[in-house]
Design a protein around this ligand. Structure first.
Ligand SMILES: Nc1nc2c(ncn2[C@@H]2O[C@H](COP(=O)(O)OP(=O)(O)OP(=O)(O)O)[C@@H](O)[C@H]2O)c(=O)[nH]1
Ligand SMILES: [Mg+2]
Length: 293
């Protein structure tokens, strides 16, 4: 179920409840069952959904509510608050600061959409008055620099990379330094998603991260991987301090649940630093709807 569908199902359940002539236990239960079903279909962890439903029932104690109370409004507010609780990572999101260069590093498995999303992210900020730049620290895949260069040129964003230098750490450091001198306030470092061995990929990522000192590391994940999201994100988290997640290809797959699976990560505390998962997600959803290129 894609996120838009999930939103639609929840709204419909609330609307049906609002349309009922009398709000009683049966109407409340039907509404909660609908919401529960929609969340479970979207792959949200069972325990989370069950707790949410229990909490709402506790808050909305129909017997205790005096006749004058607007029960519809109280139920809607309780559902809203409980959904927000699931999504709220409890930490302020990373924000860019004017006049200070922020370095944002993108990591993720091959083909997850890092290079594409780097440019979307840069473009998104450029439109809002920031001065972004792109650094291609993927020296493993032939054609990686050309791809970034092409994207950056289309979006009119300055870029840095090399056809001859094979050390991604050196490129990352040089690129960041170059753009700091040029007063860019958002320096985006794209990294490799493939290597002969996975261990080598994680080690490279760690070294680039140590050298480029990113203010934020964004883990890019393809929405179609569904259940595998959990293990993948956890593996990345062990190598670098992932601070946000962007879920790509939400346009092409019906498995938006992969995105919601991340809720489970948050709640199970594996990715405590997923500070702005949802701001990133919103950004991404906005962007691919209004095709950047
Ligand atoms: N439909 C769709 N396709 C996407 C999206 N993001 C990326 N792609 C496509 O997915 C493919 C891989 O994207 P890249 O940006 O090259 O992925 P990457 O993670 O940089 O890949 P490597 O550099 O090989 O690790 C490309 O064909 C993109 O056009 C998206 O949001 N929706
Ligand atoms: Mg790439």
């Amino acid at each position: 179920m894609v996120l838009a569908q999930l939103g639609g199902s929840i709204s419909r359940a609330l609307q049906q409840m609002s349309n009922a002539t009398i709000i009683d236990e049966k109407v409340l239960n039907e509404c909660l069952n609908e919401i529960t079903r929609a969340l479970l279909q979207a792959d949200v962890q069972f325990k989370l959904v069950r707790d949410m439903s229990t909490n709402i029932k506790k808050i909305v104690n129909l017997e205790d509510l005096a006749a004058g109370h607007n029960k519809r409004r109280i139920i809607q507010q309780a559902v809203y608050n409980e959904l927000c609780k699931i999504l709220d990572p409890g930490k302020p999101a990373f924000t860019l600061k004017k006049g200070k260069p922020s370095v944002v590093m993108f990591v993720g498995l091959q083909g997850s959409g890092k290079t594409t999303t780097c440019t979307k992210y840069a473009y998104h900020h450029q439109k809002r008055g920031w001065k972004p730049a792109l650094v291609c620290a993927d020296t493993f895949r032939a054609g990686a620099f050309d791809q970034l260069k092409q994207n950056a040129t289309k979006a009119k964003i300055p870029f840095y990379g090399s056809y001859t230098e094979s050390d991604p750490v050196k490129i990352a450091v040089d690129g960041v330094e170059t753009f700091k001198k040029e007063n860019c306030d958002l320096i985006i470092v794209d990294t490799s998603g493939r290597h002969k061995q996975e261990a080598a990929l994680f080690e490279e990522m760690r070294q680039v991260s140590v050298a480029a000192k990113p203010d934020l590391v964004i883990f890019v994940m393809d929405s179609s991987i569904g259940q595998a999201a959990f293990d993948q994100a956890q593996a990345f988290r062990q190598s670098v301090a992932v601070g946000a997640v962007i879920i790509t290809k939400m346009d092409g797959h019906a498995k938006g649940g992969g995105a919601l699976k991340l809720l489970q990560l948050k709640v199970q505390s594996y990715l405590l630093e997923l500070v702005n998962t949802w701001t990133s997600l919103k950004f991404l959803m906005l962007n691919h709807l209004s095709a950047v290129f």
